[in-house]
Ligand binder design. Sequence first.
Ligand code: CP
Ligand code: NVA
Length: 317
Amino acid sequence: MNPQYETLRPLKGASLGTLSTITPDQLDALLTLASEVKANPDPYRQCLKDKSFALVFEKHSTRTRVSFEVGVHELGGNPIFLSRNEIQLGRGEPIEDTAMVLSRYVQGIVLRTYGQERFDAMAGASTIPVINALTDQFHPCQVLADLQTIREHRGALAGKTLTWIGDGNNMAHSLMLGCALSGMHFRAASPDGYLCNPDVVQTAETIAANTGATLRLMTDPQGAVDGCDVVVTDVFTSMGQEDEQAKRLQAFEGYQVNEALMNRAQSDALFLHCLPAHRGEEVTAEVIDGRWSVVWDEAENRLHAQKALMLALMGAL
Ligand code: CP
Ligand code: NVA
């Protein structure tokens, strides 16, 4: 075993609700392991043998659902997909009761839900690891894949500059924490009223103080992108905000990632987007389908990054 993975041992039995609960060394080890299971999957095929994972989803999903189902299966385990509408949770059974019952049947839970407090309730009542597969506040699994992708394309993360354009949403929060942990400089340009949550910024600042990362939040997309190494965006309207769509389309005018904006970044800058994307809204086709874009590698890496995470949380290394 790679001695770097020793740092993952304390994660055995833990849940992952947000990246601020892991250390910079653990993040680094998870990214190394993710690339290793990608390059060499065979030694890991029985690691979750006889273990079942419940995938509880209260929102839509393509990537997260499929990458977890396939990932559990490829590690020798049994994924059980449970859509909110098909289980008693959707008829009002408390999430804590659901957690206690599932803990008697399966060895891990993957939860996609609304408020982070719902994730915390599930994780608090479970006796098994619970993984955040997206809440309104955070999307840690996506950011593991994003950082893996940047590292695979551009090498060491520390010292690079990542610019977020758009809503101060779940992706922005998790990317800010991921950058802080990995010593990357994080800039975000969001319209007034849509900036990142100050509590998350405070947490990221505390982490950054020990890693050399810096954080800058602003409203000017051009200034934020100037000379950066990576540009990332996401939809203007996240799941659960559908009623605000018209208002948001107006508020985010000028925050589209297009060729003119990308030309202000480094000439070899990467473009990432967690997907699903809306071409012509937050990003143009020339960017997401153009030379900067690594979005398909990014989507693929969900599979590998989550395998690494499950191996660590299950103590299966
Ligand atoms: N990026 C992401 O989480 O995609 P899904 O909503 O399709 O799972
Ligand atoms: N911010 C988006 C991410 C989707 C993967 C949402 O929450 O809908």
